[in-house]
Design a protein around this ligand. Structure first.
Ligand SMILES: Nc1nc2c(c(=O)[nH]1)N[C@H]1C(S)=C(S)[C@@H](COP(=O)(O)OP(=O)(O)OC[C@H]3O[C@@H](n4cnc5c(N)ncnc54)[C@H](O)[C@@H]3O)O[C@H]1N2
Ligand code: MOO
Length: 422
C-alpha cells in the first residue's frame, strides 16, 4: 500500500461558550471575603462595617447653647418686653472650649457662645438680637420660651445607642458620626490589592514615543482605575511583551502583593497569545468562550501557593472593561463583604433600534436619561470592542439577551448603569 498525502491537521473542536452567570458562579465559588481589621476612619470610606458600633458617649455631650447670647434663669426674664425690659448683671463670658464659669446664680446672666456648655443653674439662652449686647449689665427686651436655645445633653445620641450596623457601607456621614463619638478606627474587611498587567508587544506607555506598529497601553489605566473605583487598591504594573517566560516571571513577581491579578490581552486564538500559552497548562486555570459580546474569550482560575485569583481579560479595550465590570467587580465586592455582588440592572425605554448576533448576550454602550420622568437609554456608537471613544461617552450598558437579534425603538430593555454606586 503506497503512502498517501499526510492527513490534514484537524483543529480541536471549539469549546462551547458558557453563560455570563456560569462564569460569575465559578468566580464567586472561588474568591473568599478578606480578613477584618480595625482601619483608620478615612481608610474605611466605601467599605462594609464588620462590627456593630454602639455610642460610648451622649451627643450633645453636655447641655450647650444653640445661639450666641446670654445664659439666664428663665424665671428672671419671663416678663421681658420692649416696653418693660429686664436688666441683669453680666458675670462673665463662656466661649466654646473656654468654659471657666460652670455655675450661674439666679438674678445674673453670663455671655455664652454657640456650642459652649450652659452653666448649672441656667436653663435658657437669650440671643444677642433680643438684647443691647451689654458687657457689665444686659438689657433684655424679649422673653424666650423656657429652655429655648439650649441643646440638651443626649438629645441626638445616647450612650449605648446602636449607631451604625454591621454591614453598612460607610459613607462620609457615617464617618462623621463615628468620629463625633470618638472612634478613630472601625473594623472593616480590608481592601483587595489588585495587580493589573497589560500584555502585548505592541504596547507603549502613555507619554512615550510610538513606533509605526505600536499603540498606547490604555487598558492598564482603564482596569486599574476600575479597580480603584470599585474600592480596591490598584497596582498598575508595566507592560509585559508577548513572551511567555517574561509573562510568567512578571506574574510570579507580583503574586506576593496581590489578592487578585487582572491581565489584559493574549487570550484569544492568535499565534502570540501569551497569557493563554503561559497559564492554560495549569489545572487551576480555566480558559474558554463566554456567550457575551464584547468579552467572548475569558480565563479565570488561581495561581501560586496562595491560590491568588487571576482574571485573564481579553485585550480589546471595551471587552476588557466590560469583562472587569461583569466578573472582577463581583469578586472584589465578595472580598470586601459588599452586597449585592453583581451590579443590578434597571429597566429603560430604548430610543433607537438595535441589532445583535444570536447566541451571545450583547452589552451595548448606552447613554441613560431619566431627566424627563420615564427612564430611557440611547445607544452610543457601534458595537466594536475597540471603540474607546464611545466607551468614554457612555454611562451604561444596554443588555440584549442571547436569544434576541433585534430590538425596536420604544421597547423596554435592561440597563447596567455604570457610574452609580450599588
Ligand atoms: N481567530 C480569532 N481571532 C479572534 C477571536 C476569535 O474568536 N478567533 N476573538 C476576537 C475577540 S472577540 C477578542 S475580544 C480578541 C481578544 O484577543 P486577545 O485577548 O488575545 O487580545 P490581543 O490580541 O492581545 O489584543 C486585542 C486587541 O486589543 C488591543 N490591546 C491589547 N492590549 C491593549 C492595551 N493594554 N491597551 C490598548 N489596546 C490593547 C490589541 O492591540 C488588539 O488590537 O481577539 C479577537 N480575535
Ligand atoms: O468578544 Mo470580543 O470581546 O468582541 O471583542
Amino acid at each position: 500500500m503506497s503512502a498517501g498525502p499526510a492527513d490534514p491537521v484537524v483543529p480541536p473542536p471549539a469549546a462551547e461558550p458558557i453563560t455570563v452567570e456560569q462564569l460569575q458562579e465559578k468566580v464567586l465559588g472561588t474568591v473568599r471575603p478578606l480578613p477584618e481589621h480595625p482601619l483608620p476612619l478615612m481608610d474605611a470610606l466605601g467599605l462594609a462595617l464588620a462590627e456593630d458600633v454602639v455610642s460610648p458617649i451622649d451627643l450633645p455631650r453636655f447641655d450647650n447653647s444653640a445661639m450666641d447670647g446670654y445664659a439666664v434663669v428663665h424665671r428672671d426674664v419671663a416678663t421681658a418686653t420692649g416696653e418693660a425690659p429686664v436688666h441683669l448683671p453680666v458675670v462673665g463670658e463662656i466661649g466654646a472650649g473656654q468654659a471657666r464659669i460652670r455655675v450661674l446664680s439666679e438674678g445674673t446672666a453670663v455671655k455664652i457662645m454657640t456650642g459652649a456648655p450652659v452653666p448649672a443653674g441656667a436653663d435658657t439662652v437669650v440671643p444677642y438680637e433680643w438684647t443691647d449686647r451689654g458687657e457689665a449689665s444686659v438689657r433684655i427686651t424679649q422673653a424666650p420660651e423656657p429652655a429655648q436655645h439650649v441643646r440638651p445633653r443626649g438629645d441626638d445620641v445616647s450612650s449605648g445607642d446602636l449607631l451604625v450596623e454591621r454591614g453598612t457601607v460607610l459613607g462620609p456621614r457615617h464617618l462623621g458620626l463615628l468620629a463625633a463619638v470618638g472612634r478613630d478606627r472601625v473594623r472593616c474587611r480590608q481592601r483587595p490589592r489588585v495587580v493589573v498587567l497589560s500584555t502585548g508587544s505592541e504596547l507603549r506607555d502613555a507619554g512615550s514615543e510610538l513606533g509605526h506598529d505600536s499603540i498606547y497601553d490604555g487598558n492598564s489605566y482603564l482596569l486599574a482605575a476600575s479597580a480603584r473605583a470599585a474600592g480596591a487598591i490598584a497596582y498598575r504594573v508595566g507592560i509585559v511583551p508577548d513572551d511567555p517566560t517574561t509573562f510568567t516571571e512578571a506574574l510570579h513577581d507580583q503574586l506576593v502583593r496581590a489578592d487578585v491579578v487582572v491581565t489584559s490581552g493574549g487570550v484569544s486564538m492568535g499565534d502570540f497569545d501569551v497569557v493563554k500559552e503561559a497559564l492554560a497548562p495549569l489545572d487551576t486555570m480555566w480558559f474558554g468562550p463566554v456567550a457575551m459580546q464584547p468579552g467572548k474569550p475569558q480565563g479565570f482560575g488561581t495561581v501560586g501557593e496562595d491560590a491568588v485569583p487571576v482574571f485573564t481579560l481579553p485585550g480589546n479595550p471595551v471587552s476588557a472593561y466590560i469583562s472587569f465590570e461583569t466578573f472582577v467587580v463581583p469578586a472584589l465586592r465578595r472580598m470586601m463583604g459588599l452586597l449585592p455582588e453583581v451590579r443590578p440592572t434597571v429597566p429603560a425605554r430604548l430610543t433607537h433600534a438595535v441589532t445583535s448576533p444570536p447566541g451571545r448576550r450583547q452589552l451595548l454602550r448606552g447613554s441613560y436619561d431619566e431627566s424627563h420622568g420615564a427612564a430611557s437609554v440611547s445607544p452610543v456608537g457601534g458595537a466594536g470592542s475597540h471603540l474607546v471613544g464611545n466607551l468614554a461617552v457612555a454611562d451604561s450598558l444596554i443588555v440584549v439577551p442571547e436569544a434576541t437579534t433585534s430590538l425596536a425603538a420604544g421597547e423596554t430593555v435592561q440597563v447596567v448603569r455604570l457610574d452609580v454606586p450599588f
